[in-house]
Design a protein around this ligand. Structure first.
Ligand code: GLC
Length: 564
């Protein structure tokens, strides 16, 4: 591959600021904490950080409800603290990408306060206001977090539209003033030196201007999945609310803006639709491969079919991007575990993420095998999306409170958002013992799931993750090579090659997804393989392809000579 861009070879690490590191001991993560942990991240071997929103916010959607696009949440610090963090990251060769929430602001943003103050306020048209119909909302559109997408405003007697919570009114992107204000915010951060943006909820930016009823007959109350937004099957049902005309032109405009800046700033879309790559170099640089992760369990058939489909669907010059964990879904360890082989499965899935073709995104805490937080009371839940769902279940669908609570606790996004476990001490070392962290710390910090303990143990999840990251860093085939599936019929193990013809490297990856030994033979011509990594600590230096045995859940990565 000729001179890849930094974002093609980088491994991204997503920081959830509220839960990452608490520098001032108030139970909430902040920039002082993040800055102090940059040495840890450098040592881990990641190349770039995606920072979930760090802007002032009432935090009803955990920061995705922004009340000022060009400032820092006071709980996280000041703009100076942000700049220090950015400089310190850059001095360690770590890039920093911010979250850009274009679709909506908080209802506490001055723009919305002005907009709702009267029908003739100059900011009225910055949001989507409509008259009601027959004493109800303007149409049958659904909020992605459940319920109607319209909220009535007593003061001005009209409804405003919100694709998400009612506290997240949609901005009216057909108004050029909105675009100008938002592009100013984008420039504000680019001028400061950030390396790009992850674009939140881009599919919902425009809605159909004529507001036709959805024909799917989908009842708003039926969307009871806080992760619905990442699932194509839901988005298809919201036909007039998502992926409307104008989006590609908008992405092209944003791309041109970003391209004015030196340093290859990157745009990463929270969407799976490869159409947002444009021609491959005129819209977004990266789009998440959500279909890979949005399944209850990964099977080798699913992974193979996903790769075949995804890699063929990409436009020329577009580069893939994979994630197996982020702030809206269950943690990797819990999601892909089976209750008996969790550690081995978590390693296997991390190895998959870091050996597939494409830029990998790791969610903070997955490197130490953090697991889902189990909450037991409604009062502990912070995720407003599921609190909204609890209300719908009990009030509109007459589900018993106990059953509704069960649903909410099983799906809340709080599960993966608990504070990072740094040490085996009270509150996992996240904050002082006498302080209550904003979400409880998972108690398993005391049984080895913490950074300090794992740093000391060569066989820990953390050190395994570090070895994988360092292997990827030094192996051009794993970073940039083509992907070629082998043994397509296997239902138990995955085998694929990564070739980098230019670098003259070829790598074989074998991942045994079953709990049984697999015996196989590979016909790879004259190659003499050299083991780069084996999760079973194989003693031999090279492999025999005629009689290859993969231990249960084994990860085997080998270098091939000469190239095929
Ligand atoms: C995205 C974010 C999610 C948020 C939603 C609304 O899906 O990942 O956390 O709730 O957008 O902003």
């Amino acid at each position: 591959m000729s001179s890849p861009k930094w974002w093609q070879t980088a491994v991204f690490y997503q920081i959830y600021p509220r839960s990452f590191a608490d520098g001032n001991g108030d139970g909430i993560g902040d920039f002082a904490g993040m800055t102090r942990k940059l040495d840890y991240l450098q040592d881990l071997g990641i190349d770039a950080i995606w920072l979930s929103p760090h802007f002032p916010s009432p935090f009803l959607d955990c920061g995705y409800d922004i009340s000022d696009y060009t400032a820092v949440a006071p709980e996280y610090g000041t703009l100076e603290d942000f700049k220090t963090f950015l400089e310190d990251a850059h001095s360690r060769h770590i890039k920093v990408v911010l979250d850009l929430v274009l679709n909506h602001s908080s209802d506490q943003h001055d723009w919305f306060k002005a907009s709702r103050s009267s029908r003739d306020n100059p900011k009225r048209e910055w949001y989507v206001w409509r008259e009601g119909r027959n004493g109800g909302p303007p149409n049958n559109w659904a909020s992605i977090f459940g319920g109607s997408a319209w909220t009535y405003d007593e003061q001005t007697g009209q409804y405003y539209y919100h694709a998400f919570l009612k506290e997240q009114p949609d901005l009216n992107w057909r108004n050029p003033e909105v675009k100008a204000a938002m592009w100013d915010a984008v420039r504000f951060w680019l001028d400061m030196g950030v390396d790009g943006f992850r674009l939140d909820a881009l599919a919902t930016i425009y809605e159909h201007p004529d507001l036709p009823d959805q024909t799917s007959g989908y009842a708003a109350e039926e969307i009871l999945d806080a992760n619905a937004f990442h699932k194509d099957e839901y988005l298809k049902l919201l036909e007039f609310q998502v992926r409307q005309p104008g989006l590609h032109e908008l992405m092209q405009e944003l791309r041109s803006l970003v391209d004015e800046y030196s340093g290859d700033r990157v745009l990463i879309g929270e969407d799976e639709d490869v159409a947002f790559y444009g021609t491959g170099n005129n819209e977004l640089h990266l789009l998440f491969n959500f279909p890979l992760v949005n399944v209850p369990k990964l099977t080798v058939q699913h992974i193979r079919a996903n790769q075949a489909q995804r890699l063929t669907a990409l436009p020329p010059e577009a580069w893939p991007c994979n994630t197996l964990g982020h702030h809206d879904i269950s943690r990797l360890w819990t999601h892909f575990g089976d209750g008996s082989n969790d550690a081995a499965l978590a390693k296997l899935h991390l190895a998959l993420l870091l050996t597939l073709k494409g830029t990998p995104f790791i969610f903070n805490g997955d490197e130490i095998g953090m697991t889902d937080l189990e909450l037991s009371k409604l009062s502990e839940v912070k995720d407003s999306a599921v609190l909204n769902q609890y209300y719908l279940l009990t009030e509109k669908l007459s589900i018993t409170p106990a059953k509704a609570l069960e649903t909410v606790l099983a799906t809340t996004r709080d599960r993966c958002r608990s504070p990072l476990q740094w040490e085996n001490s009270a509150n996992g070392g996240f904050c002082p013992a006498d302080v209550s962290p904003w979400l409880p710390v998972n108690k398993n910090y005391a049984t080895g799931v913490n950074v300090a303990t794992q740093q000391e143990d060569p066989d820990s999840h953390l050190n395994f993750c570090k070895r994988l990251l360092s292997l990827r860093k030094t192996n051009e085939a794993l970073r940039t090579g083509d992907y070629q599936a082998l043994h397509n019929d296997s239902k138990t193990y995955l085998a694929f090659l990564r070739h980098d013809k230019q670098a003259g490297q070829s790598c074989l990856v074998m991942l045994n997804f079953s709990d049984e030994t697999q015996r196989l033979s590979l016909d790879l011509g004259a190659n003499s393989p050299n083991i780069l990594m084996s999760s079973t600590n194989r003693k031999e230096e090279s492999l025999s392809f005629e009689t290859l045995e993969l231990a249960p859940f084994e990860i085997l990565i080998a270098q091939l000579y000469p190239l095929r």
